[in-house]
Design a protein. Structure first.
Length: 602
């Protein structure tokens, strides 16, 4: 087949799909019908580009559709794959246009699982820790290879997890083991369900991710939209279906299983994991050992207790930069008008998004993060006495407000270096021990931060947000106009915050680091020049956003194994190798392949 890129049509040439952008469970078969494409017009563009008669084209498939809104007249931009009736002509055309940047052979996007012998398949089953996007796809790929993984997830399945999460949002009751961060589907479940990434993907593993999602019930349009998303309600069903696929292939998924540490022999070689069964009625018999020489660690970015355990067991890791800030909310109509102009409201375009960055004069970068069109700000803490925000959209993206993280980059050096701060973050014994380690590292190498340093800052800020919000999981919030004027808000304006359980109006300068406040006050007017209305006085800031990424990276080598604990395969967002659903899922597939390679070589 031949792939053609940069084929452009006006919006008036693209058929409008009048289906509802329905969210489960109310959707109908009509809502799931395939999206119509302007095949005749795309055929004409393809024949013109190749200099052939349209009748020579046997098949047209849309690979990608995006919208170019840089000018007042918005264009639909397509990438298509075509097949010709005459395969010999197809070969000649590819040779003729060999140097053309927008005409090339359609790449092979098929994932092919490594083939293992029966003897290799009979080895002890691999273990996957965590059932977020990385763990889910690692387990799926392992199961598809016949390796029958055992999956250990501390949280609950998606149905119970949804109920537990709503308890926090509606009744301010937090379940530390089942919430926005922990449970089947991981942190990506309660998000916009965004499925795009800037990772390099020469093997098209992202395509396998999309295909698996669609096979599990996701909308087929994620296969061609430039910025695909699923939404939480649909993700619940998709993740559930994928779990059943894994178990049907021989995988074993166990919920309420908290991994407490690794089992290592006298030489430090991995031989399994130590687990606490949170479902056990008898506390005296709720711990057990599970043996395996191959363990995938797909922890997610909030498994702070496990990070500390792995560190103490000698798993190599290091601190990395991350970001903190707030969620900013505007009326979605303001964003639509600024981005789409006279085309705002066009059903082809839907709710507009944005991506912004500003380099402040104090040396900090301020940028938008995890933008959720037509969504809500959600309570995302996983620890008692802490407040964390995140953003979420459903598939329809039809809520009143747009929201995004407005965050500032931080370094491990921004974290407090006092014994009291470390004890507050990790407890008396562990905190004191880690602080001593951190001090020793700084003495030996002043530029080297302790791997767990950023967690100290995250927890400190989250506790401050809890206090400022009223100690009941309400979040501290402020109007943008008041934030710029450095005064506490006393009343809301035209923008009603969507965060549940609710907000408490404050001056966020009392919660955020001073350098972040300075940088954000500079960035907001700059962003207002890029998106009209972004710095409107009534826009709402809700704090605090601290879980933008993992605070550390767990080291791994070319075989994706820990260099200090062989057989341990760290990956996904928690290990510092992904930044969203798609990249985490792709990393999960790579980990599964690495495990298969280790099994084959064993």
């Amino acid at each position: 087949m031949i792939r053609l890129t940069e084929l452009k049509l006006g919006l008036e040439d693209v058929p409008v799909d009048h289906r509802r952008a329905a969210d489960a469970p109310s959707e109908t078969d009509a809502d799931r019908a395939p999206v119509a494409h302007p095949i005749d017009k795309l055929t004409a563009l393809a024949s013109q580009a190749l200099g052939i008669d349209p009748s020579a084209i046997a098949q047209v498939q849309v690979f990608k559709r995006s919208f170019d809104a840089r000018k007042a007249h918005i264009l639909a931009v397509y990438i298509i794959d075509i097949a010709l009736h005459d395969t010999a002509l197809e070969a000649r055309l590819l040779q003729t246009f060999e140097t053309h940047p927008h005409i090339l052979a359609t790449p092979d996007m098929q994932w092919r699982a490594p083939v293992l012998s029966a003897a290799r398949l009979a080895q002890p089953r691999p273990i996957v820790v965590g059932l977020g996007p990385c763990g889910l796809f690692a387990a799926l790929a392992l199961a598809q290879m016949g390796l029958k993984p055992i999956v250990l997830e501390r949280g609950h399945n998606v149905r119970q997890r949804t109920k537990d999460t709503w308890q926090l949002w509606r009744k301010s009751e937090l379940n530390p083991l089942s919430n926005v961060q922990f449970g089947e589907g991981g942190a990506g479940l309660f998000s916009d369900g965004k499925l795009y990434s800037q990772i390099k993907d020469p093997r098209f593993l992202g395509r396998k991710v999309m295909d698996e999602f669609v096979a599990a019930g996701a909308p087929a349009d994620i296969l061609f939209e430039a910025h695909p998303h699923i939404g939480t309600f649909k993700l619940v069903k998709v993740v559930e279906h994928m779990r059943h696929t894994i178990t049907a292939l021989g995988g074993d998924i166990r919920f309420g299983q908290h991994v407490q540490g690794l089992l290592l022999d006298e030489q430090g070689h991995l031989r399994g994991v130590r687990v606490t069964d949170l479902n056990a009625q008898d506390d005296a018999h709720n711990s057990y050992e599970l043996l395996s020489q191959h363990v995938v660690m797909a922890l997610g970015h909030s498994a702070r207790d496990t990070f500390a355990t792995l560190y103490e067991q000698g798993v190599a890791m290091h601190a990395k930069p991350l970001s903190v800030g707030v969620r900013i909310e505007h009326p979605q109509s303001v964003i639509d008008q600024a981005r789409w102009g006279r085309h705002a409201g066009n059903p082809l375009l839907g709710a507009a998004d944005y991506k912004l960055v500003h380099h402040a004069s104090n040396g900090r970068a301020v940028y938008s993060f995890c933008m959720c069109p037509g969504g809500t700000v959600v309570a995302a803490t996983s620890e008692p006495g802490h407040v964390v925000t995140n953003g979420m959209s459903q598939y329809s993206r039809n809520e009143r407000n747009a929201n995004a993280g407005l965050v500032v980059d931080i370094t491990p050096g921004d974290a407090p270096m006092s014994r009291s701060a470390w004890v507050a973050a990790f407890g008396d014994s562990l905190g004191a021990r880690l602080f001593d380690d951190a001090q020793a590292m700084l003495s030996a190498t002043p530029a080297q931060a302790h791997p767990l340093t950023a967690i100290v800052l995250q927890r400190e800020l989250e506790r401050k947000a809890f206090e400022a919000g009223g100690r009941n999981y309400c979040a501290p919030a402020q109007r943008v106009g008041d934030f710029l004027a450095n005064q506490a808000s006393t009343a809301l304006g035209s923008v009603e915050p969507s965060y549940k359980p609710g907000v408490h109006l404050v001056n966020l300068a009392d919660v955020l680091p001073a350098f972040a406040v300075t940088a954000m006050r500079e960035a907001l007017p700059a962003f207002g020049k890029k998106i009209k209305g972004f710095d409107m006085a009534d826009a709402v800031l809700t704090g605090i956003e601290t879980r933008t990424s993992s605070p550390l990276r767990i080291d791994r080598d070319a075989q994706l194994q820990s260099p200090t604990v062989r057989g341990l395969f760290p990956g996904g967002e928690g290990a510092g190798y992904a930044g969203g659903i798609l990249s985490a899922a792709v990393d999960g597939i790579k980990l599964a392949e690495a495990v298969a390679g280790a099994v084959a070589a064993h």
